[in-house]
Write a protein that binds this ligand. Structure first.
Ligand SMILES: [Zn+2]
Length: 131
């Protein structure tokens, strides 16, 4: 049985909520396409249980991403950042967290997203912050 990706948007009611959801889903779809992510993805935009703004976990056959709606960093670049982890996890399972492959993939994705019209207010990989 083929499993599907699951996207949960559990944000505080924001104005304009629907537009925000649609925009994020389109953005996530573009990232998945550009990064060639093949495994199903469980992405939740919700208050994270720990102190992190976002987290990625390799669940073996699936990817799990959680992003806080209250993150200080540009949410789109944060989502893209976690999806780069998912992509690197598939293509280079032994690569280090923010190593050479990650930086290269993040830089390429940043360029491609900008080219298709997305405006990211932060870098997908921030030197000195993403350790
Ligand atoms: Zn990271």
């Amino acid at each position: 049985m083929k499993t599907r990706s699951k996207i949960v948007l559990d944000t505080e009611p924001e104005k304009p909520y629907i537009t925000l959801m649609k925009m994020k889903i389109e953005f996530i779809a573009d990232c998945i396409h550009l990064l060639n992510i093949e495994r199903p993805l469980d992405l939740t935009i919700s208050q994270v249980v720990n102190d992190w703004d976002a987290q990625y976990q390799d669940m073996g056959r699936r990817h799990e991403v959680r992003v806080s709606p209250r993150a200080a960093r540009c949410r789109l670049s944060l989502i893209a950042h976690e999806l780069v982890h998912a992509s690197v996890g598939e293509s280079h399972p032994h690569a280090s967290d923010h190593g050479r492959v990650f930086k290269r993939t993040a830089k390429r994705l940043q360029k491609q997203l900008t080219q298709i019209g997305w405006k990211l207010h932060d870098k997908i990989y921030i030197k000195g912050v993403d350790l």
